[in-house]
Design a protein around this ligand. Structure first.
Ligand code: SF4
Length: 351
């Protein structure tokens, strides 16, 4: 079935161009945002891939900077009545699913994800119907309606232990939507899995031959790879893992140089935890590159200080989800969070 699926064409937007600001202007804007957050009892929940200014602001104001596992969990632990999710749309939806009583806003509701866009709920539901004996495991990067059809949700930081757990119970897995992460999980766990054929436009563009060349130029560098990348990139990795695992590697491995194959927004946190280390972006612009996204997600780039400030002045861009879909989507997310709590798995780097 997967080979006969015709997936929607993903329209990759150009990277937005934000106005340049002097340090003083930026400082003044950050202060205005801090005041508005306080007045509105709002917190920032930011992903490692968004602009460094937003990550810094989230930390300075008592918010959260983390991967999607911790972002999901964080909203349930704060007293703030408004969550402002700086990331992409599925992250805002997950926050709303877990916190229906809270207002969830995003700087730009058009900030989506190619994995989410490439897995329409109606087609996915038909796909599930074809495999009634499979346990449905979906990656966080899916819409609320797709999650509503799933048994489990996973993030890259928890996919392996959850699939191992399901395999130990003799379950066959229907995996969606990222085929690269799915193949990696299958290779490690040996589990019987059926895949939805989606991929991330950012990670898909890392180029294996150019990476081999770069490794020769930097023979002492460790290669860090997110498992959303194609197999030929994953095979060259010294460390394969979630954003949190890659940050930990930079902080704790002895190497001075790292070649990083994931969104370069993560460099802000990596430099914060290991300022003396040199980070090199894995090559994306090799021959045949078709994607405009390079090593930075064009949808993550839609989050900036300017639209965050505008949002706090207008209170627009609220995430709303049909209550029946929300209630069904909550079950696979809650299963993952309970599993993470039982197994002490975190999605945030801590020294
Ligand atoms: S980097 Fe890829 S997986 Fe992450 S939000 Fe962007 S398109 Fe989606």
């Amino acid at each position: 079935m997967s080979s006969s699926l015709i997936l929607p064409e993903i329209k990759v937007p150009a990277h937005p161009v934000w106005p340049q600001k002097s340090a003083a202007e930026k400082q003044a804007q950050k202060q205005r945002i801090k005041d508005l957050l306080q007045q509105q009892n709002a917190v920032l929940v930011a992903h490692y891939y968004v602009d460094g200014d937003l990550q810094a602001l989230a930390e300075e104001t008592g918010g959260c900077v983390a991967d999607s596992l911790e972002m999901a969990r964080y909203g349930t632990t704060t007293d703030a009545s408004t969550l402002i999710v700086c990331g992409v749309r599925f992250m805002g939806e997950t926050a709303k699913i877990l916190n229906p009583e809270k207002t969830v806003l995003m700087p730009d509701l058009a900030a989506t994800c190619s994995l989410d866009e490439g897995c329409p709920a109606d087609q996915f539901s038909d796909f599930c119907d074809l495999h009634p004996d499979h346990t449905v495991v979906v990656y966080a990067n899916t819409s609320a309606a797709v999650k509503a059809r799933a048994d489990w949700m996973v993030t890259s930081g928890i996919a392996l232990p959850i699939v191992k757990h399901l395999a130990s119970e003799g379950k066959k897995i229907l995996w969606a939507p990222d085929k690269h992460l799915g193949h990696y999980v299958q290779k490690i766990t040996g589990t019987e899995m059926t895949f939805w054929p989606g991929s991330c436009v950012v990670h898909e563009e890392f180029k294996s031959v150019a990476l081999e060349r770069l490794r020769k130029l930097h023979p002492d560098a460790a290669v860090l790879v997110h498992p959303e990348s194609p197999d030929e990139i994953v095979e060259q990795a010294d460390v394969i893992g979630s954003t949190t695992a890659l940050i930990k590697a930079v902080a704790e491995m002895p190497q001075e140089e790292f070649i990083v194959a994931t969104d370069d927004g993560i460099f802000w946190k990596m430099q914060q935890v290991a300022p003396q280390k040199k980070l090199i972006s894995a090559p994306t612009a090799g021959e045949g590159a078709t994607c405009e996204s390079c090593a930075h997600c064009p949808w993550m780039a839609m989050n900036a200080l300017d639209n965050l400030e505008a949002l706090l002045n207008t209170h627009s861009n609220e995430i709303r989800i049909d209550e029946n879909i929300r209630a069904d989507a909550l079950k696979p997310i809650q299963r993952m969070l309970d599993f993470a709590a039982d197994h002490n798995i975190s999605g945030k780097y801590q020294k």
